[in-house]
Design a protein around this ligand. Structure first.
Ligand SMILES: Nc1ncnc2c1ncn2[C@@H]1O[C@H](COP(=O)(O)OP(=O)(O)OP(=O)(O)O)[C@@H](O)[C@H]1O
Ligand SMILES: [Mg+2]
Length: 364
């Protein structure tokens, strides 16, 4: 289990966090949300021990292992990708290194033999024999095929590196998994694989994301950073959004009788539980939701910014018309005979594996 006690962080005069007391328990996936600059990344760094708080402390159950999605894409440039993934479990990797050094010794002594057998024992306990298979499975799942497993990181593209670093964090079933914006730059297939992985994951996850669809799929709780504090809510992103607004409305509605408010709340929870897409998560979330009382549902202090575009004149019905557009660059056909009409109010997603095609399409 992971918790904080009276945690505060100040940068000069500015307090980013003030007296944060929060508990993260196994089996739950916490979506850490908040405006840009609210302190999400900083909070994860404090939990990971990379930044010292100004006061207060982070408490982790002794023996538990934290895994973090690394942000430095060049840190492992000289290592093979499969190795980088296994290095995610520092203890296991150091055992492997020490074993290799021992067995390579020309004058292998009796003492070395004893040490080697100790290492073999711990190696087996940590599931070391399956390490390469597991690392390969994670890489393949994220779309990094076998031919890249033995290349060094510096030979990989930016997105490929990112996927390796993600596999590194997921490797070896950590007790606590900290992920800062893991879906950034990932293709849809990799995002969907990650969603399933996190969904099956049994330990504690804390994930920062600005992607509400992703948060809705994986989160059992929402941790909202606002005004230097962190509030925990049961449920996924949409539940948080609606329940905190419902709570605000109920709080304003002072004349309404308590029984009526409870009825409103129950109806809301029922609607939400039956909507949840995946059965297992739905039932465990439902159990948590059913325990909620009116007092548990807290209004959020969040203000919602928005952008309001005022057009000079009303747009016509047809916004864009493309007929038989083809593009060839350096002999490569990027677009071939593309026709498309965009009508007013259309919302179009460009999907597909080739980043270059999509980029060129927008450029033209
Ligand atoms: N070492 C530092 N010294 C001073 N201020 C800092 C330092 N590190 C971070 N900050 C400030 O702390 C605030 C929180 O930054 P952080 O990166 O944690 O935000 P975030 O919630 O992750 O934002 P985003 O959604 O944009 O990723 C920012 O205003 C940032 O400028
Ligand atoms: Mg951040």
């Amino acid at each position: 289990m992971l918790s904080t006690q009276g945690l505060s962080l100040r940068f000069g005069k500015r307090a980013l966090f003030e007296d944060v007391n929060i508990k993260f328990t196994p089996g739950n996936c916490y979506g850490l949300i908040g405006a840009n600059g609210a302190g999400k990344s900083t909070f994860l760094k404090i939990l990971a021990g990379e930044i010292e708080p100004s006061s207060g402390s982070v408490i982790i159950t002794p023996g538990e292992r934290i895994a973090v999605l690394k942000q430095d894409h060049f840190e492992f440039d000289e290592y093979e990708t499969l190795k980088v993934v296994i290095m995610g479990h520092a203890r296991l990797y150091s055992i492997m290194e020490e074993k290799d050094t021992l067995y390579a010794k020309p004058d292998f002594s009796e003492e070395d033999g004893i040490r080697a057998s100790e290492l073999e024992c711990e190696f087996a306990e940590l599931n070391g024999w399956d390490a390469e298979t597991e690392a390969a499975r994670l890489l393949n799942g994220l779309g990094i095929n076998e031919e890249l497993h033995y290349k060094t990181m510096k030979e990989l593209s930016g997105v490929e590196k990112l996927k390796v670093l993600l596999a590194r964090a997921l490797f070896g079933n950590p007790d606590i998994l900290l992920l800062d914006e893991p879906t950034n730059h990932l293709d849809l297939e990799a995002i969907s694989w990650l969603e399933n992985f996190l969904y099956e994951f049994k330990n504690t996850i804390i994930v920062v994301s600005h992607d509400r669809y992703f948060l809705n799929k994986v989160c059992t709780h929402i941790a909202d950073i606002d005004f230097g504090n962190i509030q925990l809510y049961v449920g996924n992103y949409d539940f948080w959004l609606e329940s905190s607004q419902l709570a605000l409305q109920l709080a304003k509605d002072a004349n309404k009788k308590k029984e009526e408010k409870i009825k409103d709340l129950q109806q809301f929870i029922e609607r939400f539980s039956s909507n949840a897409s995946k059965a297992k998560q739905a039932t465990s979330r439902k159990r948590q939701l059913e325990k909620l009382t009116l007092e548990d549902i807290k209004p959020s202090s969040r203000k919602y910014p928005y952008i309001d575009f005022k057009p000079d004149r009303e747009a016509g019905d047809q916004i864009l018309n493309i007929e038989s557009l083809s593009v060839t660059i350096d002999g490569e056909k990027i677009l071939k005979d593309v026709s498309l009409t965009v009508n007013k109010g259309d919302k179009i997603a460009f999907v597909g594996p080739m980043a270059r095609q999509k980029r060129h399409f927008f450029r033209y």
